[in-house]
Design a protein around this ligand. Structure first.
Ligand SMILES: [Zn+2]
Ligand SMILES: [Zn+2]
Length: 488
């Protein structure tokens, strides 16, 4: 009798072990490999310091060129695991020719449902809802945090599978965020975390952080290298100089005044209209990405569909109020993400795209990508694009208007850039050649050389960034701040 009982008990135990659902087994194995579930759950804090490289997707000279890179000279991430708080502080230096501040400090944090950013003077400002979700998911891109979240009884685990020597499981955290954890089949250490995100230009993108070079810190395995990709682009390659656990993180609590501040909402999109010559309007308003409308005999042409669908749709709608003539064409000045963010909505709105030929493969790819996470107009009603490719130059001309498009040559930052010239008005229309508000004009001399070589007689600059200026003022500003050739 006793004997039978014991056997049943042992059998039940064995069944219990071997019959843990496979999705649970992946998490249990990962926790054991990291130092044991109880050790992981007992951790109170984590502090990761290091340095690395953070490339800028969508800002390369040509669509297939290497990305411009920020060198992250100091990176510090403190995490209060008990209270769900984190703060990231970073110093980065531009390794490319950049018109803004070439050394930048970033300091931002999250405390539960409150996200905040630190101004350069140290003042903390509450950030919006999008930042809360983004930072909460970003926090899961570490072996310790993701395994702790998966061990939470309120988390759900699903879809265990094996791919390329890795075991994967989908995790929905207690807070409703979804990530995929991949562990190494032999070591059982977390190999990567994958989350899906929406990018204005690329649509659905996988954010994948790969962990390597594990070390033992107080009985816990922690990675010394974390490499994050957004789709095919490297986003951050972090080399850890120090991993520390269970330090003091009292300072991570957000101050009461920030916590009680109202949640900021994104500013509304405002498009203003400023007539700048007969049949030419400058569409400005909110932000610092403007567009220009040209009126031809029987149609309108728009120069620039910037930023994203919201901005570009508002600009397209405004352009259509300027005349009874149909808007037929959008000139996309160049491929940089902030200047091509309206490409998809322009196609959805049936506009013919005029752009440099070097953008062909890149733009066709952007148009073909799925946007299911945040469905845009083109996702909801797919259309085929109409393109007109520009090589060195193109002239759009009828009785009412003449606009010449020129390729900006030999520029260190802008490889696909098309600027416009209106001979009747001696007017330059350009994006990223010059902005009166830039810190430095590193490629200003190249721009002036281009304009001279094209033999353009210019009176006025009507820019995408900045203010409308007499051309001689633009020349003066460029000359006053000398070009630092090859600045790194
Ligand atoms: Zn640019
Ligand atoms: Zn720009």
């Amino acid at each position: 009798m006793i004997r039978t009982h014991a056997l049943v008990f042992v059998a039940a135990l064995m069944t219990g072990c071997s019959s843990a659902p496979p999705e649970r087994q992946v998490i249990d194995d990962a926790a054991a490999a990291l130092g044991g579930a109880s050790r992981i759950q007992a951790l109170t804090s984590l502090h990761v310091t290091g340095s690395g490289l953070a490339p800028n997707a969508g800002q390369n000279r040509l669509p297939d060129d290497e990305l411009p890179v920020w060198k992250v000279t100091e990176h510090s991430r403190a995490i209060d695991l008990t209270n769900g708080r984190t703060r990231v502080q970073q110093v980065r230096e531009a390794q490319f020719q950049f018109a803004g501040a070439t050394t930048q400090r970033v300091s931002q944090g999250l405390d539960g449902v409150v996200a905040y950013n630190a101004a350069p003077n140290g003042t903390l400002n509450r950030a919006g809802e999008a930042a809360v979700r983004e930072r909460r998911v970003e926090l899961l891109h570490h072996p310790t945090t993701v395994v702790r979240a998966a061990l939470d009884p309120a988390a759900t685990l699903a879809n265990p599978r094996t791919e390329g020597g890795l075991q994967l499981v989908d995790i929905t955290t207690a807070l409703g965020d979804t990530v995929t954890l991949a562990i190494d089949q032999s070591t059982h250490l977390p190999s990567k975390v994958i989350s899906m995100s929406d990018n204005a230009n690329m649509g659905d993108v996988a954010i994948v952080t790969t962990f390597s070079d594990y070390e033992d810190v107080d009985g816990v395995k922690l990675p010394r290298r974390l490499t994050t990709m957004m789709d095919k682009y490297l986003q951050f390659d972090l080399q850890v100089s120090k991993n520390a656990v269970n330090g003091d993180v009292a300072a991570l609590a957000v101050p009461a005044d920030v916590k009680s501040a109202s949640v900021p909402t994104p500013p509304p999109v405002v498009v203003t209209v400023e007539p700048v010559a007969k049949g030419i309007w400058w569409l400005a308003g909110s932000g610092n990405h403007r567009s220009v409308v040209f009126e031809f005999d029987d149609h309108l042409v728009l120069y620039e569909v910037p930023l994203n669908e919201a901005r570009s749709k508002a600009v397209i709608d405004k352009a259509r109020t300027l005349s009874t003539k149909p808007l037929t064409t959008a000139i996309v000045s160049h491929h940089h993400f902030d200047h091509s963010g309206g490409l998809r909505v322009a196609v959805a709105e049936d506009l013919t795209i005029v752009t440099h030929r070097a953008n062909e493969a890149f733009f066709k790819d952007l148009l073909a990508r799925p946007h299911t996470i945040v469905p845009d107009a083109l996702q909801m009603s797919p259309k085929s694009a109409k393109f007109e490719w520009v090589d060195d130059q193109m002239t759009l001309k009828d009785k009412s208007m003449e606009v010449r498009l020129y390729h900006l040559l030999d520029n260190p930052r802008e490889g696909t850039n098309l600027y416009a010239y209106v001979p009747r008005e001696r007017m330059l229309v350009q994006a990223d050649l010059y902005d009166a508000g830039w810190n430095q004009h590193l490629w200003g001399e190249n721009v002036l050389t281009n304009l001279t070589q094209r033999k353009l007689k210019i009176d006025r600059d009507v820019p995408v960034h900045g203010v409308i200026e007499p051309f001689d003022q633009m020349v003066k500003t460029i000359k006053a701040k000398p070009t630092i050739a090859g600045t790194n």
